[in-house]
Ligand binder design. Structure first.
Ligand code: UTP
Length: 457
């Protein structure tokens, strides 16, 4: 493509500023920029901006109906035991894999690096990745099988993610069982629909949303890997929940028992106005309803026990049947728009790192695929035990809240053994994930040895 061809292509959609620094670039950089412009679907980006930003006052007249759910605290202990055994047996037979979406940019956190490498300040200073890896390892050891782990990155954090795992020796897992694959990207636009430059010779390319995961998975040839390994259940989760019980046998057992295409964990909304997406049927199809889409009368509706009927909130923890993914993988899902802080090069050629949202990103969302499922089964779990997302640098849903919840949980396990620790306690997932398998004598002697409050295996 020549400069003139690029100019014509861009001016048709008011994007000629992408060539602003062209004359200052060396010939290699000019070539690289022209190649990006040749690959750019400028008409599509223009269309997305028009549909999702300019004309977004689209009426939502979907018919919503409630979805039933099971609440874990209502499940009897013999039943729990049965689910555990069934889930652990499936893991032991090699039927379960973990699937992590870690391609997001974590712009609210503002951490330079993959979010999974983030240290939430526990006494051990373990990263989110390490906490997850150790849970996978522990469950694998208990089940007698090394659980495969598929990790979606993005082109922006792929190298850093892989290097982080290498540096930490894959946290004791077999590297052959960990497969990294990058998701796709799309350019971001400013508030006037102008495509951003990430550098003077590089068009912005931001991850195209969690919904890009299945396509990226297939394109990386991993659907075949899944089939070859005989995986039947995929434990899908997001990177930022510090308490996520990866490949939780109870939950796998629940998913097997319910025999639906999807099983999902949820936490009950704290109050009817909480800004979270909830599970419900949309036009008869399984779905997640954003808080902005839920009419007030439905948000307030309660059942006989006083629980919110639309109260099961999504915590990005699901089990998908492989057969469902196979059939839904190629279905098209829409893009959504997100207003976020995106780095860019300004008119003077300076890199700007905004602290507040300045741009629109176009993102596909993985749960748009739910509408193709036969049905789904929801399990409400305890927020204190299972959900503490790290989203923000400080305040709500930050490393501070995650650390506090983590320590409170482990400390409560110690107290359940009638021991009174002198400080908040962190227990390695390799010792215990659930707290009920801790040995009192062992914990007591370790408590005497620890100065930091960390109980290592
Ligand atoms: P979030 O909705 O928290 O988005 O992602 P984010 O991009 O990571 O963070 P912010 O909004 O910029 O602060 C939920 C999960 O989906 C993954 C994230 O890594 C996280 O596990 N995700 C999100 C992707 O894998 N790819 C994406 O393009 C977006």
């Amino acid at each position: 493509m020549t400069r003139e061809m690029a100019w014509d292509k861009l001016t048709a959609y008011g994007q000629e500023h992408l060539l602003r620094f062209y004359d200052d670039l060396d010939s290699e950089q000019q070539q690289a920029l022209l190649e990006q412009i040749a690959d750019l679907d400028v008409e599509y980006i223009h269309q997305l901006y028009q549909d999702l930003v300019e004309h977004r006052n689209i009426e939502i007249d979907d018919e919503l109906s409630a979805m039933g759910s099971t609440t874990w605290s209502d499940v009897a202990s013999e039943e729990r035991q049965r689910l555990w055994e069934s889930g652990l047996a499936a893991i032991g037979q090699g039927k379960v894999a973990a699937f992590l979406v870690a391609g997001g940019q974590g712009s609210r956190l503002g951490f330079e690096g993959p979010k999974g490498a983030y240290d939430i300040g526990l006494p051990s200073h373990k990263s989110l990745f390490q906490l997850q890896a150790e849970r996978i390892r522990k469950i694998g050891l208990d089940a007698g099988f090394s659980i495969p782990w598929y990790i979606m990155t993005s082109p922006l954090n792929h190298g850093d993610t892989v290097r982080f795992f290498q540096k930490h020796d894959f946290f004791g897992l077999d590297p052959a069982d960990i497969r990294f694959f990058p998701q796709g990207t799309l350019p971001s636009v400013d508030e006037n629909g102008k495509i951003l430059l990430a550098q003077r010779d590089r068009i912005s390319a931001n991850p195209d949303g969690s919904g890009g995961c299945f396509r990226a998975f297939k394109d990386a040839g991993l659907m075949d890997d899944l089939q070859e390994r005989g995986i039947e259940y995929i434990f899908f989760y997001g990177v930022d929940n510090a308490l996520v019980r990866v490949c939780d046998p109870y939950f796998i057992g629940f998913a097997i028992d319910q025999a639906k295409d999807i099983a999902s964990k949820a936490v009950l909304k704290v109050h009817s106005g909480e800004k979270v997406g909830v599970y419900a049927y949309r036009n008869g199809k399984p779905s997640i309803i954003e808080y902005t889409e839920l009419p007030e009368d439905l948000a307030l509706a309660q059942d006989e026990q006083g629980r919110l009927v639309y109260g099961s909130a999504n915590i990005v923890t699901h089990v998908f049947r492989t057969s469902f993914l196979n059939s839904a993988l190629d279905k098209k899902t829409p893009y959504h728009v997100a207003h976020k802080a995106v780095e860019y090069v300004d008119e003077a050629g300076q890199l700007v790192k905004p602290l507040k949202p300045n741009a629109y990103k176009f993102e596909a969302l993985y749960f748009d695929l739910f509408r193709y499922a036969d049905d789904m089964a929801i399990l409400n779990v305890s927020r204190e035990e299972e959900f503490s997302p790290v989203k923000n640098f400080e305040g709500v849903d930050s490393k501070d809240t995650a650390r506090e919840m983590f320590l409170n949980l482990c400390t409560s396990w110690v107290r359940n053994l009638d021991l009174e620790p002198a400080m908040p306690i962190e227990i390695s997932p390799l010792l215990s994930i659930y707290g009920h398998d801790l040995d009192r004598t062992e914990v007591e002697s370790r408590l005497k040895d620890t100065e930091s409050g960390y109980l290592a295996p």
